[in-house]
Design a protein around this ligand. Structure first.
Ligand SMILES: C[S@@+](CC[C@H](N)C(=O)[O-])C[C@H]1O[C@@H](n2cnc3c(N)ncnc32)[C@H](O)[C@@H]1O
Length: 358
């Protein structure tokens, strides 16, 4: 008799694959099943066959699989399959005792939408913005923003999204520049907001390359080590997939200190070009600058010296991780902006310093 196992069925739904991976990571033995034709690589991966639940033979085959594999728990993200398995589990007809371990799939599906609508309601709050700024968008639009943003891996949270949704309403037209995009989570938000508020083009600056990513200081040793271990080509491909739904976006794959020259060349030659996004017109005047690259003081200071002079009057400079557990680079450089530039308004939201220049 084998140890107890969990059945994931049908395996060919994305939620099933994610659940099976997590269960295995937790040391649970997973049996994966499908009613579709099993391909050679699926067979090699140990995926087994079950009839469709509409097949008269389904229940018998299912009970046999439970007994054979010592299965006492089943996961199914398919609403119809879930309901049928739940009726078998609760109906006292199964010769093998088992339970369905997940909540009804339609309830689970709603969680992400519910969170999106709940967050969207916060966007109606005026945050003390002047009445001349652009009106808030509709809650349904904002729910779409929240939903898309949270599909993309990244450390920026819902507070960051909320502040972006607010400051964009008082941003002038111009280019939106992000230094440090990773998979594109905040870039997605900037592109989405720039599109719906007709702000301008979005330029993402990131080397996506371990060689150019310098260390972030002694206090960030844990992060420094990790930067060399990652596959930056995969992260760059993720960024491209995150952003490819927009036609107001492009990128400069260079460290921020070199990228300003490429940006100005784009201004002079009618646009920034890439294979994936084609040509994107930039005007050379920045409406929103999001500084989220290397957080070491010298690097943030270099970002400030290189890019802040291109920010328009009334434009925003956002310094991510102004409050940071791994060093004080963003805080020192952010405080220096407050001392050296004429500031219309400034506040900290979450961990980000937001400065609107006069
Ligand atoms: C904290 S992550 C950015 C997170 C991203 N904004 C998001 O929403 O998920 C920092 C990024 O900065 C990039 N980076 C590091 N040094 C840089 C530099 N000198 N110029 C531009 N980007 C840099 C890294 O490649 C990394 O993708």
């Amino acid at each position: 008799m084998r140890g107890k196992s969990i059945l994931v069925f049908p395996i060919n739904i994305s939620e099933s694959a994610a659940f099976a991976k997590t269960a295995r990571e937790l040391g649970v033995r997973v049996v994966s099943a499908t009613s579709e034709t099993i391909l050679a690589d699926e067979k090699n991966a140990g995926i087994v066959s079950l009839p469709y639940i509409t097949d008269p033979d389904f229940n018998r085959s299912f009970f046999e699989l439970l007994a054979e594999q010592g299965i006492d728990s089943v996961f199914s993200p398919h609403p119809g399959v879930w309901a049928h398995l739940q009726s078998l589990a609760k109906g006292g007809v199964s010769p093998v005792a088992f339970s369905v371990c997940n909540e009804p799939p339609l309830d689970t599906n709603w969680l992400r939408y519910g969170a999106a609508y709940q967050w969207a309601r916060l966007c109606a709050d005026e945050w003390g913005l002047a009445s001349s700024v652009a009106a808030a968008l509709s809650p349904t639009r904002y729910a779409n923003l929240h939903f898309g943003y949270n599909q993309i891996p990244g450390q920026n949270d819902d507070v960051k999204l909320l502040l972006l949704a607010h400051i964009v309403r008082s941003a002038p037209t111009g280019d939106v520049v992000e230094i440090g995009s990773l998979y594109g989570r905040s870039a997605f938000a900037l592109a989405w907001l720039a599109k719906f508020h007709a702000i301008g083009a979005v330029v993402c600056v990131d080397p996506w390359d371990a060689v150019s990513i310098k260390d972030q200081g002694d206090e960030a040793t844990l992060l420094n080590r990790q930067a060399y271990d990652v596959d930056w080509e995969k992260i760059f491909s993720g960024f491209i997939a995150s952003m490819s739904g927009f036609d107001n976006v492009n990128y400069i794959r260079q460290p921020s200190s070199d990228a300003h020259e490429a940006y100005m060349r784009g201004v002079a030659t009618g646009g920034i070009c890439s294979d994936e996004f084609g040509k994107t017109r930039v005007c050379g005047e920045i409406s929103i600058l999001h500084i989220d690259g290397n957080h070491k003081y010298d690097d943030v200071r270099l970002d400030v010296d290189t890019w802040v002079p291109s920010v328009k009057h009334g434009g925003w400079v956002l310094v991510d991780d102004y409050l940071w557990a791994f060093g004080d680079g963003p805080r020192r450089a952010g405080n220096e902006i407050l001392q050296e530039y004429a500031v219309e308004t400034a506040f900290v939201a979450g961990d980000t310093l937001c400065i609107q220049l006069r």
